[in-house]
Design a protein around this ligand. Structure first.
Ligand code: AFP
Length: 312
């Protein structure tokens, strides 16, 4: 039923979810995850980085930010009562929270934490599945995915199957609509090549790099998956890759916690994703810690990278 009272002129995350007719339980869960993100945002800004691993004045061990973020998110998901089980990149096992609850949440609590001391942007990534183990499923089974990027501003981007929408965290701690219905056009605006060391033993990856260099495509690569893919989502075009080489034969990034949620978001925005063979949404999850090559972004560029890597 439409609200009869007057709504604020700004659109909050909750109002957007409500207006988009996202089912109530999923709406509440996305709000709960957003709340966890606010606490992570606060922890990033207030935790004394220099003291990680040392003791505080009470003789207690200080937690590293990625462990702290993991605890913050796990506790928030426990409090939500909507989550049957969780799997976190920090722990890489499945933990049951509330057997009667409808959802299972997979997350990387703080991706790119090695960039923290350089004060570059980092992020948290979430995939939401119907309850049950993700093993045997594919990322296409996700009912929603979202991420938060902690940069000069904190921005949250979600999709629950009805487009991709971005919100910024305002000064009173509310997520306010920034841009809705984000679209990734079939344009190669920028390239973001991860695991570049693979060019030394993967000639086809070197060939792809040379194509981008020869075409004078603009490089945008920070070394943080969340800001790097966020860049192409918010600008509406571009390509991100992280493929295998001798150091990481399957690439560095994980299907469940990192690539699966981004594949859901990018394909929702009209882009494409691939592991070199098929859409990442169709890759079966057989291991919580499974790595995968990732080629993601504008559709025809994903196709061109796949062709080039196959040597055709
Ligand atoms: P850290 O979490 O160790 O900082 O790694 C970040 C990351 O997993 C991901 O965010 C980047 O896209 C990727 O590593 C960068 O990998 P390369 O250094 O191989 O390009």
């Amino acid at each position: 039923m439409a609200a009869t009272c007057k709504l604020p002129s700004r659109t909050s995350l909750n109002n957007h979810l409500f207006r988009s007719e996202i089912p109530d339980q999923l709406r509440h869960l996305i709000n709960d995850i957003a709340k966890a993100g606010k606490y992570v945002h606060n922890a990033i800004r207030t935790t004394d980085l220099g003291l990680a691993g040392s003791s505080n004045t009470f003789g207690e061990e200080q937690l590293k930010l990625d462990v702290l973020s993991n605890n913050i998110i796990s506790e928030q998901l426990c409090e939500s009562r909507l989550v049957e089980s969780i799997a976190s990149e920090e722990e890489a096992n499945l933990e049951t929270l509330n057997e009667a609850a409808p959802f299972s949440v997979v997350f990387d609590p703080l991706d790119g934490s090695s960039l923290l001391d350089a004060n570059l942007a980092i992020g948290s990534i979430f995939g939401i599945y119907p309850k049950g183990t993700p093993i045997g499923r594919t990322p296409r089974d996700q009912v929603a995915a979202l991420y938060l990027v902690y940069g000069p501003r904190t921005v949250l981007v979600y999709s629950a199957g009805k487009g991709v929408h971005a919100f910024y965290l305002n000064e009173v701690g509310e997520f306010i609509l920034l841009k809705e219905k984000l679209i990734i056009k079939d344009e190669l605006k920028t390239y973001s090549p991860g695991n570049l060391r693979a060019v030394s033993d993967t000639p086809a990856y070197r060939k792809m790099m040379n194509i981008w260099l020869d075409e004078a495509v603009t490089l945008r690569y920070s070394g943080g998956m969340v800001p790097d893919i966020h860049h192409l989502i918010i600008k509406g075009g571009g390509i991100f890759t992280n493929i295998g080489g001798s150091k990481y034969p399957q690439g560095k990034l994980r299907l469940l916690f990192e690539c699966g949620p981004f594949a859901y978001l990018v394909e929702q925005a009209g882009g494409a994703s691939s592991n070199g063979e098929k859409s990442l949404l169709d890759v079966q999850i057989h291991d919580i810690d499974q790595r995968t090559p990732i080629i993601i972004g504008a559709k025809s560029e994903v196709e061109r990278v796949v062709r080039t890597l196959k040597g055709s």
